[in-house]
Design a protein around this ligand. Structure first.
Ligand code: ZN
Ligand code: ZN
Length: 140
């Protein structure tokens, strides 16, 4: 199945030609700031499957792992579009909110639960990792 997405203003749009390798929510501190207090919800697609157009604003930071993480938002309306790790350029982690309605994807994993705020509740239905999980398989 193919997926598509657009930002709030429509300046940035994308299509994804294949299935995501993971759909997760992330409670790390950087995600809480990017998502206004909650977790980010993310679908990790193969970079080779993605066609993206429009101007993005990127912000990068050095993660405790030693990898550089970059967050890409619409340069006009600031909608979060995708994130990427320097260690895994083969994947682009799109924000679920960027995807067009009706995509049918839902998180199956939550990560960085160690940094979850005290008011938040873990979801017992989800596979859970206190910090960063191992990378998805490279094959495919
Ligand atoms: Zn926009
Ligand atoms: Zn995060």
């Amino acid at each position: 199945m193919a997926y598509s997405g657009r930002c709030n203003c429509g300046a940035v749009s994308a299509t994804m030609a294949g299935e995501p390798v993971a759909v997760r929510r992330c409670w790390c501190r950087q995600c809480q700031k990017a998502a206004a207090g909650g977790p980010t919800y993310n679908a990790m697609f193969h970079t080779a499957d993605v066609a993206l157009s429009g101007d993005l604003h990127a912000w990068s930071y050095l993660a405790p792992s030693g990898n550089t993480l970059s967050m890409h938002n619409c340069a006009v309306c600031a909608t979060p579009v995708y994130a990427q790790s320097s260690a895994r350029p083969q994947f682009m982690t799109f924000r679920l909110g960027f995807l067009d309605e009706g995509h049918g994807l839902a998180p199956t994993v939550e990560i960085w639960t160690e940094e979850m705020p005290p008011w938040a509740r873990p979801d017992p239905e989800l596979e859970s990792w206190p910090r960063q999980p191992p990378a998805p398989p490279q094959a495919d």
